[in-house]
Write a protein that binds this ligand. Structure first.
Ligand code: PEP
Length: 250
């Protein structure tokens, strides 16, 4: 019922020459795989426009990694959701833990950004996840549930919001939670969504896992009932790795 989504987050990586990887992804995304798995690649904003051109006709959507909550105005260096949409994006990651940590973004900020994204008709990929200390203290489920409740924008539904569960301690570290912990968290997020947006929408909303997903561990994670795809950082920089994960989702 839920078509898996594999999203690539290039973070602050990538020059124009890196678009060769996007071209490689496009070549390795035939109609048969397109029918089974959605793909979105979120390059740095400098590459947004050429990435859209390079992915044209491939079925790969192009997204951004952050946006400002306002539509326009005196916010030097910032980019609005409307600008990203104008450049060809159709999804925006909001609330990535690196943004929450580096830019002190709160759940309220994330909610406002997500609202801006869906107001432009794009998909908001809303990131949540606990720290290592929170998991060790047995608070992971409570922390993530609170983040989901406070970060979801008004009007969130399965067609405009995707949740990405990314344990902070698993991002870029090579560490992952146990399969049981991932399964428990995703089921709990879906239960939280059910209380927030109703059971029908919650049943349809995609919940991605993110944090050190690689071709080697993708299948085991993606086979879980409530895991509807992956948000992939490091392994999304190389077409061969990203497409192996896409295949594992199919
Ligand atoms: C991410 O940046 O969202 C991420 C999951 O990174 P990595 O796959 O490198 O852990």
């Amino acid at each position: 019922m839920r078509k898996p989504l594999v999203a690539g987050n290039w973070k602050m990586n990538g020059m124009r020459a890196s678009l060769i990887e996007l071209a490689g992804m496009a070549r390795a995304y035939p109609a048969a795989l397109r029918a089974k798995v959605d793909l979105v690649v979120c390059p740095p904003v400098t590459l947004l426009f050429p990435a859209v051109a390079s992915a044209l006709g491939s079925g790969i959507a192009i997204g951004a990694q952050d946006c400002h909550a306002k539509t326009s105005g005196a916010h030097t260096g910032d980019l609005s959701a409307a600008m990203l949409f104008d450049a060809g994006a159709n999804a925006v990651i909001v609330g990535h833990s690196e943004r929450r940590a580096d830019h002190a973004e709160t759940d309220a900020d994330v909610k406002a950004k997500a609202a801006a994204v869906i107001a432009e008709g794009m998909t908001a990929i809303v990131c949540v996840g606990e720290t290592r200390a929170e998991r060790e203290a047995g608070k992971a489920l409570a922390v993530v549930s609170a983040q989901v409740r406070a970060s979801l924008p008004e009007g969130a539904k399965a067609s405009n919001v995707v949740i990405a569960y990314e344990p902070v301690w698993a991002i870029g570290t090579g560490l992952t939670p146990t399969i049981q912990d991932i399964a428990e968290m995703h089921a709990d997020i879906r239960a939280t969504l059910g209380r927030e947006i109703g059971k029908d929408q919650a049943a349809q909303m995609r919940i991605l896992y993110g944090g050190s997903v690689k071709p080697q561990n993708a299948k085991e994670i993606l086979d879980l009932a409530d895991v509807d795809g992956a948000l992939v950082g490091g392994a999304s920089l190389k077409a061969v790795d990203f497409m192996a994960i896409a295949e594992a989702a199919g």
